[in-house]
Design a protein around this ligand. Structure first.
Ligand code: PMP
Length: 305
């Protein structure tokens, strides 16, 4: 971490090195925090930095906060303003990752959500690639199950719930896989460790519905629009069985960090011809253009810093 960058902490912008919480803080002790993951992209031709869909990210973050009984005077607009101010402070001229968090800020012992103070903080960092094999990822089906919405809100980004993602990811990596697909309590393929999933079967793009314990991904929403309106494809939201993965023509994962990652093998079985398929390849290019503010059609997705 570059500690010379800045952060928003306890109501003001401070050097990241000074943005410290106490070890007795509720959010640290119990994982009672909700977070977002937002990216800004540097456009070299325009020499400008564009934040990707910050309104949607903050809208989801405020929903996550609401699910965890948090209250805040921030709304989407004021959070965007603050984000732009922070990015300007550090004069970024490269891709950036942003991590906004609401957390239970009181100190002391006692598991609950009510009668606790909520705080907001935000830090930024230069971005590096998340999935190394993003054109030919090999995944396994995790032996862990995805958290169920009746256990911890699956459509919220709750910090404590990422212990589930971490178990999924580490066991997959240690077994030699790039990523894992995780089944929900009903045995349907829900997600990757921190990305949404799509498969192509008979030329139709299929992704699990928001009621299959997925995080309602902003990348998911964006690529669904590109697939439909730029590529003329049919996109269907329905549950996916595990055996469908191996017989799909193409398979890819989406996320702010993962972007569009092609999955070409599942548990040593090739998907399609075992190489990135044409729909995934085309989508990756169109999505990249949208991210960097190169497609006027998606201008509203890019907020200039
Ligand atoms: N699922 C999980 C569990 C995630 O953590 C993420 C990353 N935020 C995603 C899906 C993808 O969501 P998004 O496209 O909004 O980043």
């Amino acid at each position: 971490m570059d500690l010379s960058k800045h952060a928003y902490f306890e109501g003001k912008i401070v050097p990241l090195a000074d943005a410290k919480i106490n070890i007795a803080t509720h959010g640290f002790l119990y994982g009672t925090a909700v977070f977002g993951g937002i990216r800004a992209y540097w456009n070299e031709e325009k020499k400008r930095l564009f934040v990707f869909r910050p309104w949607d990210h903050y809208h989801r973050l405020l929903h996550s906060a609401r699910m965890m009984a948090m209250s805040t005077s921030f709304d989407e607009e004021s959070l965007i303003e603050l984000t732009l101010e922070l990015l300007r402070t550090d004069h970024y001229q490269q891709d950036v990752y942003m991590r906004p968090t609401f957390y239970k800020a009181d100190m002391g012992i006692g598991v609950r959500l009510h009668d606790l103070k909520d705080e907001f903080c935000l830090f930024t960092m230069p971005y590096e690639k998340y999935v190394k094999n993003d054109t030919n990822a090999h995944v396994t089906i995790s032996s862990w199950r995805r958290i169920d919405d009746n256990m911890i809100p699956a459509r919220g980004k709750v910090a404590g719930a990422y212990a589930n993602s971490a178990l999924i990811k580490t066991d997959a990596n240690r077994a030699g896989f790039d990523e894992a697909l995780v089944l929900d309590q009903n045995g349907h393929v829900s997600e990757g460790s921190a990305m949404n999933i799509f498969m192509v079967r008979d030329g139709i793009v299929v992704t699990p519905p928001v009621t299959d314990n997925i995080l309602e991904g902003i990348t998911r929403k964006s690529v669904m629009e590109i697939l439909r309106s730029d590529m003329g494809l049919q996109v269907v939201e329905r549950s996916i069985d595990r055996t469908e993965v191996a017989i799909a023509e193409e398979f890819f994962m989406t996320g702010t960090a993962a972007q569009v990652t092609a999955v070409t093998k599942v548990d040593h079985r090739p998907i399609g011809r075992g190489v990135m398929g044409p729909i995934t390849a085309k989508l990756r290019d169109l999505y990249e253009d949208a991210l960097r503010g190169r497609n006027p059609k998606y201008k509203s997705w890019n907020v200039e810093v």
